[in-house]
Write a protein that binds this ligand. Sequence first.
Ligand SMILES: Cc1cc2nc3c(=O)[nH]c(=O)nc-3n(C[C@H](O)[C@H](O)[C@H](O)COP(=O)(O)OP(=O)(O)OC[C@H]3O[C@@H](n4cnc5c(N)ncnc54)[C@H](O)[C@@H]3O)c2cc1C
Length: 409
Amino acid sequence: MEPYVIVGNGVAAVSAVEAIRARGDRTPIVILTDQECAFYSRPSLYYIMLGRIQWEDAWGRPDWWYEANDVDLRCSTAVTKIDPDRHTVQIENKTDIGYSKLLLAVGTQGRVLPWADQHLRGIVTLNTLLDVVGISELLSTASRAVVAGGGLTSIELVESCRHWGVETTFVMRGDRFLDKQLDHDEAEMIHSRLRAGGTDVRTNEEIAEVQGRVGRVRCATLREAGEEIFCEMAGCTVGVVPNSDLVKQAGGETDRGIVTDDQMLTTLPDIYAAGDVVQVRGSDGKPTRSEMLWYVAGDMGRVAGGNMAGGDERYRRRVFLNVSEFCGLDFCGVGSIVPGQPEVEETIIRDEERGSIRFVTLDGVLIGACFLGDIRLADIARGLIAKGARPRDLHSDHPLRLLLERGSP
Ligand SMILES: Cc1cc2nc3c(=O)[nH]c(=O)nc-3n(C[C@H](O)[C@H](O)[C@H](O)COP(=O)(O)OP(=O)(O)OC[C@H]3O[C@@H](n4cnc5c(N)ncnc54)[C@H](O)[C@@H]3O)c2cc1C
C-alpha cells in the first residue's frame, strides 16, 4: 500500500501524524522536508536569540517520536513537483515517491525586498533555526543593524539586537508598530520603551537600498530621510509568502495561499493542506485570510490528519488569540481589536507604567480585548467573546467587571 506522504515538518505536519495514529490508522507515513532537522518550535526562536533557552530546548518532540509513530522522516529533501493524476511527488534528485494521500504542510517563507544583492552577508530574514544561527553569528560581532518591518517578528529581531548590544534602527512603513492590533497610544508605549532602551525608531519610513562591500552589508539608505546608516546587518521582516507553488503548478486552486474546504481538502483529489500555507474557504465561498498562528496550524493539521485517516472532521476557527512579550511587557490580542473599526465602542484602561487594557464591544457585546502588561484576563476574555457575552451583564464580582469598575490595570 502506498504511504501517506506529508510535505513539511512543522506543527501542522506533526499534529496530522498524531491525529492519524489516534484513529488507529497504521498506514506508513513519509515526511519529506527541506528542513535540515527534526520538528522545532518557531515561537521559541526568539528566546534562543535572547539566550534564555538553548536550541535543544526548542525541539518540539522527543527523538523517539518519529519511530514510535512509524514515520520515515527525510530531512533536507525538497519536493519540487506534485503529480495528482499519478499520485506522486517529485523530490530534487527527480525521484518520484508515490502516495495514497498527500498532505501539504509547507508553511511560508520570509518576504525579501529588492534592496540589494540578496547574497550579501548581513541581509537576513527570521523564519527558521538556520536563520537564527546566522543572525546570532552576525550579532556577536556587529555594532549596528537596521530592521525593516512593523510586526511581531520585527520587534523580536530588534529586541535580539538590543540583547547583543547592537545599536539598532527600527524602520517601519506605517505610522506605528503592530498597526493592525495596537492603537496609537498603545504603540507609543512600545515606541517610548524602545527609544528609552536606545533603539532608533523611524515611522513612515522605509529602506530604499542596501549597499555592500566585499560581499557584506555596509550601509542602508532611508527613502524619506535620504540618510545613510552604516550597519553590518539589515533585517527584512516585512511579512511572509505562502509556499503555494506546488499546488498552483499542479492546477489546484490557490489565492495567496492554498485554498481548502473546511475538511482541509484542496481542489486536487486526495491532496490535503494545513497550516500557515492555507486559506480555508468561508461560508460565502471565498478564501478567508490566513491567521498564521501556531495553534491554528496545529488545529488544521489535526483536522487534515483525522480526515486522511477516514474521519469526518471540520476546521472551526477559534477566537483569535496572539501572545507575545516585548520591551518588558506581555502582550495579548484577543478577538477583533483592529483600531478604528466603525460602530464599535472601546473602553480603555491605561497606566503608563503598568500597561494598558482595551475592551472592544459592538452593540454591548464583547468582540475584542487588547492587553499590554497584565495579560491574566486574556483567556477569560476569549471565553466571553466566544459566548457573545456583554460585560454589563457579568455578575458583580466577575474579574473583568471588577477591572472595568476599578478603571486601572
Ligand atoms: C520567529 C517566529 C516567531 C513566531 N512566534 C509565534 C508566536 O509567538 N505565536 C504564534 O502563534 N505563532 C508564532 N509564529 C508563527 C508560527 O510559528 C506558525 O504559525 C507555525 O509554525 C506554522 O506551522 P506550519 O506547520 O504551517 O508551517 P512551518 O512551521 O513553516 O513548516 C513548514 C515546513 O514545510 C517545509 N517545506 C516547505 N516547502 C517545502 C518543500 N517544497 N519541500 C519540502 N519541505 C518543504 C519546511 O521545511 C517546514 O518544515 C512565529 C513564527 C516565526 C517564524
